[in-house]
Design a protein around this ligand. Structure first.
Ligand SMILES: [Zn+2]
Length: 197
């Protein structure tokens, strides 16, 4: 038992020294009973991947090197990284609990306009088209959750022309960083279909 505790402490210290900060835990919070077994399995696996990415040095470097010139609320790259890894889920109202709680539910019928998921900025809940999860590679759901989590903590979708090139706001850029890190080469298709539980 004692030996086990020591190993735990060593792991903890190693993690802290390599990442230079406390480890953040990623959780999915189901806000209703809309998940079916297959979607739930994909959600759990997506959360595991996000947990390892958000705690990785590669992710930290990618965020620090990104160009967040639109919709960043004047925050520096370092502050955006800290915001993600502090677990301040509602950006202003929630305490920093080192726990990223992604609030999720599903919907069955396609909205149209390639809209496969959206975050309600009042409730800060992300809802996703069930078919999108079931019929695409899990990497599509992982990138989607990463994008939507940025809405959950307060960032908005903006597209604008800045410095002569078309550029997009923080949720797109974080989503793209995750997509690159997981090597998502599959086509993530949103189509007019209905999937039920
Ligand atoms: Zn968005």
């Amino acid at each position: 038992m004692k030996k086990f505790s020591i190993i735990l402490v060593l792991c903890f210290l190693t993690l802290n020294s390599s990442y230079g900060q406390q480890r953040v835990k990623v959780n999915a919070i189901l806000v209703d009973s809309s998940f079916d077994a297959a979607s739930l399995l994909k959600l759990h696996n997506a959360v595991k991947v996000l947990d390892s990415i958000y705690n990785s040095e590669t992710f930290a470097q990618a965020v620090l090197n990104a160009d967040f010139n639109v919709g960043n609320f004047g925050l520096t790259n370092y502050q955006i990284l800290e915001l993600i890894r502090s677990g301040s889920d509602n950006y202003i109202n929630k305490p920093k609990d080192s726990s990223i709680d992604i609030r999720v539910k599903l919907f069955d019928e396609y909205f149209g306009h390639r809209n496969f998921g959206i975050t309600d900025m009042n409730t800060r809940v992300t809802k996703t088209h069930r078919c999108y999860i079931l019929h695409n590679d899990i990497k599509c759901y992982i990138s989607h959750l990463a994008h939507e989590y940025m809405h959950e903590i307060g960032f908005l979708d903006e597209r604008t022309w800045a410095f002569g090139t078309k550029t997009k706001s923080v949720p797109y850029k974080i989503g793209n960083i995750i997509e690159t890190l997981i090597g998502n080469t599959s086509q993530c298709i949103a189509k007019d279909e209905t999937c039920t539980k």
